[in-house]
Ligand binder design. Structure first.
Ligand code: NAP
Length: 307
């Protein structure tokens, strides 16, 4: 009987993984998400694979939360190189790993899995990707910055930890649920025990997501970062209004769904330098490539592929 061939698809599923012998492509990498259609990772990773003459492909997998365990079991058995995890799997995948690295444990989220000798190693490249993005966009290192972070979820936790590790000048965390901002600040307290202080303000603070509190802080801040999904949907407002921004701040929105997200537009209107999250996506992807292949990622090739 003639073997059934599955034609190249845009999005693969758990059923495809279960019938992998039917898939006629050298797919050894991918991204698990739900939804996953929007992911830009395939174009950037496939450009890198082609440039490095690695005969493999990277594809999107639509995997729902109740399919994650089976999907991860299958990539372990099928000698995948690894996968990226995106919404909503970054936290749930933690308990499925054999060896989470230190970042994964501290952040509580994993975005890169490497399959090695049948074992699953977990990494989180969001924080380092963010640090490289800030250097890329504004030619400045986190250690020289006073940062205000909006959000205390997975992305924010990775960013906050990176700011702490790089010994940034100040970190002010603000979040819709204030207790979560407070808890995150408490977890990072040890990193900020040093004497690097400027003026009357504390090096590490959690503040309510309120106009008065933000207005008070903004004069002591160099970089405002949005790590909430506010701005992702058409019609969303800026997560903080333009009147709270000022020309001296740099504005970074981790959202990359539009070149000018609401926060980026607000920043530009306020006379500030502003960038969206495409550069963070690029650098976290380049770091993932380096983890999988133990070689430098062709960053300019990957950057061009995302445009
Ligand atoms: P998450 O874990 O669900 O956290 C979401 C955070 O946003 C929470 O702190 C939440 O506050 C806050 N939030 C949600 N809706 C809000 C609203 N309407 N008003 C104010 N605050 C709100 O999500 P995540 O994984 O951290 O992702 C956050 C965003 O980061 C995503 O939208 C994505 O665009 C971006 N991201 C970008 C990259 C990149 O490479 N560029 C990588 C990762 C993530 P509560 O605690 O009060 O719920």
């Amino acid at each position: 009987m003639k073997k059934k061939r599955v034609v190249a698809k845009e999005i693969y599923t758990l059923a495809d993984l279960q019938n992998w012998h039917d898939v006629d492509r050298p797919i050894r990498l991918g991204v698990f998400g739900d939804p996953v259609e929007h992911s830009l990772s395939p174009q950037m990773q496939n450009a890198a694979l082609k440039h490095c003459k690695i005969d493999m492909q990277y594809v999107r997998f639509h995997i729902s939360p109740n399919e994650l365990r089976d999907a991860i079991d299958l990539i372990r058995k099928m000698e995948f190189v690894g996968v990226n995890l995106t919404i909503p799997h970054k936290v749930a995948a933690l308990e499925l790993l054999d060896t989470p690295d230190e970042n994964v444990k501290r952040v509580g989220a994993v975005n890169v899995i490497k399959v090695e000798g049948g074992k699953l190693r977990g990494f989180n490249t969001d924080g380092r990707g963010f640090a490289r993005a800030i250097r890329d966009e504004f030619s400045v290192d986190l250690r020289d910055l006073r940062v205000m972070l909006l959000g205390a979820g997975g992305a924010a936790r990775a960013i906050a930890l990176q700011c702490a590790k790089e010994n940034c000048e100040r970190l002010v965390i603000t979040n819709r649920s204030f207790e979560k901002a407070q808890k995150l600040a408490d977890e990072l307290r040890d990193f900020f025990a040093g004497p690097k202080v400027l003026g009357p303000v504390a090096r590490l603070q959690a503040i309510p997501l309120e106009e008065g509190a933000i207005r008070f802080q903004i004069g002591h801040i160099d970089l405002v970062v949005n790590a909430t999904p506010v701005g992702l949907n058409r019609g969303d407002p800026s997560p903080i209004p333009v009147r709270l921004l000022a020309p001296h701040v740099m504005v970074y929105d981790t959202i990359y769904s539009a070149e000018r997200t609401p926060l980026v537009s607000a920043g530009i209107e306020a006379g500030a330098r502003a960038a969206n999250g495409l550069s963070m996506l690029l650098h976290q992807g380049a770091l993932a490539f380096e983890i999988w292949f133990q070689r430098e990622a062709p960053i300019e090739v990957m950057r061009r592929a995302m445009l």
